[in-house]
Design a protein around this ligand. Structure first.
Ligand SMILES: [Fe+2]
Length: 430
């Protein structure tokens, strides 16, 4: 077990476990008015996106909150692939509205937009001041933010449970984020009935994101292999694998293996939808503590360089590689690379996903299980299919190398050459 080192070494000996209090179950969102009232909030900014507004979920949540005598103003413009600019528009609305609380209803984008709006409304400053270095200033919010409740309508990001808001920097062609413990929502309400209308491609992408969060968290470099920080301030939110994160990650892997295909094949399968949603939150708790590594580091440039790809099932107004797909496409090659550092954990991930015990495993076992799942849920075969070729590898490597916050969590040290090989192998996964 991790965590048995003696206190005299210069290795980390401590890990922390912080999670968002969650309310889960079919119908849980009907209690949102009561929830907000108990948070003591009087005037709410309700952040959502046009798709969720259109199907009426946002209006219903607004009604439920207003019925408790609480004022609500809706900002319904969160966009997939948020940029500093689109965050800024929401933040301006937040500053001018003088809200004392925030509610997000939607996918990871809406939840991240609410986190950033809350940050700027509470502490002021420019968004880029808070963005992770080297791209942004890396400033930490000086004190906790105003209350934020997250109500996810997809089942992937786990954003209701995490400390990060992800954004696109189109000028630099990368994605990065703002991450700090204070960015974690104060409460989450997770209601599987809200995901019933998701197109199957969105279920596939978000579900594979869940699987990767858990697989990467579970195989990340153990927290006690990091150096001890000089002060508690310097302990990173992504701490590396630890016994509590392991619990959440392994359960999420089991759910992903058992229920993702069912949820993709039949959107009305409420048991599968519920399990994937709960899996997303559990995975979010796991990776919110342990972190993620190579597939997520590669996903940032894969999505950020914007190849000319218009995925089915998504808004067709701009090209994008859906987050879950941008992550899963390099996962088989990444786990083939990291296998030697911890064969036992890689085999366990393969077992949890396949639901079978595996006696003889090697570096190809987990990649094969992942590829089978990708084929079943209908994913592009590799990077080439979403618009990349070998000439793009240098630029992809450069973008991935900027994600040192994640790469340091790789169980095996990873450099430019290694990333180039992983990306090259990921051109076609089968
Ligand atoms: Fe993710």
């Amino acid at each position: 077990m991790a965590g048995q080192r003696d206190g005299g070494s210069d290795h980390e000996t401590i890990f922390t476990m912080e999670t968002t209090p969650l309310k889960y179950g079919p119908g849980a969102s009907e209690e949102v008015g009561w929830e907000i009232k108990t948070m003591g909030v009087k005037r709410v900014m309700l952040v959502s996106d046009p798709g969720v507004v259109e199907i009426g979920i946002t209006g219903r949540i607004q009604e439920l909150i207003e019925s408790e005598g609480i004022e609500v103003e809706v900002w319904g413009e969160a966009r997939v692939e948020p940029t500093a600019e689109s965050f800024q528009e929401a933040a301006n609305f937040a500053v001018e509205g003088e809200f004392d609380g925030f509610v997000a209803v939607g996918g990871g984008t809406s939840i991240d937009t609410a986190k950033v709006s809350d940050l700027i409304a509470t502490h002021g400053g420019e968004i880029m001041d808070y963005v992770n270095p080297p791209i942004g200033g890396g400033e930490a919010p000086p004190s906790p933010l105003r209350p934020l409740m997250a109500i996810p309508t997809t089942s992937g990001t786990g954003a209701e449970a995490t400390t990060v808001a992800v954004l696109d920097i189109p000028e630099k062609k990368v994605k990065t984020g703002i991450s700090h413990a204070y960015m974690r929502p104060h409460r989450g309400v997770v209601d599987p009935t809200l995901t019933m209308s998701l197109p199957s491609q969105v279920t596939s992408s978000t579900g594979l994101d869940v699987v990767c969060h858990a697989a990467e968290a579970y195989t990340s470099k153990p927290y006690d292999e990091r150096e001890k920080p000089e002060s508690p301030d310097e302990r990173p939110p992504y701490q590396g694998a630890n016994p509590i994160a392991d619990l959440f990650a392994t359960k999420a892997l089991e759910y992903g293996g058992k229920y993702l295909l069912r949820a993709v094949q039949n959107g009305e399968d409420i048991e599968a939808r519920g399990a994937m949603m709960l899996g997303a939150s559990m995975s979010g708790v796991g990776f919110g503590s342990a972190g993620v590594h190579i597939p997520h580091a590669c996903s940032y440039p894969i999505a950020g360089l914007h190849p000319d790809y218009y995925p089915p099932g998504y808004p067709q107004d701009h090209p994008l590689v859906p987050h879950g797909w941008s992550v899963i496409l390099t996962a088989p090659a990444a786990f083939r690379f990291t296998y030697e550092e911890n064969p036992g954990r890689h085999r366990q991930v393969a077992e949890l996903l396949s639901g079978e015990s595996i006696d003889e495993a090697d570096e190809n076992t987990l990649p094969e299980v992942l590829v089978r799942l990708m084929q079943e849920v209908g994913v592009p075969r590799g990077l080439r299919e979403v618009g990349y070729d070998e000439e793009d590898i240098d630029q992809l490597v450069e973008g991935a190398m900027q994600q040192q916050r994640l790469l340091v969590l790789s169980p095996r040290e990873v450099g430019e050459e290694d990333l180039a090989n992983i990306l090259r192998e990921s051109m076609e996964n089968w």
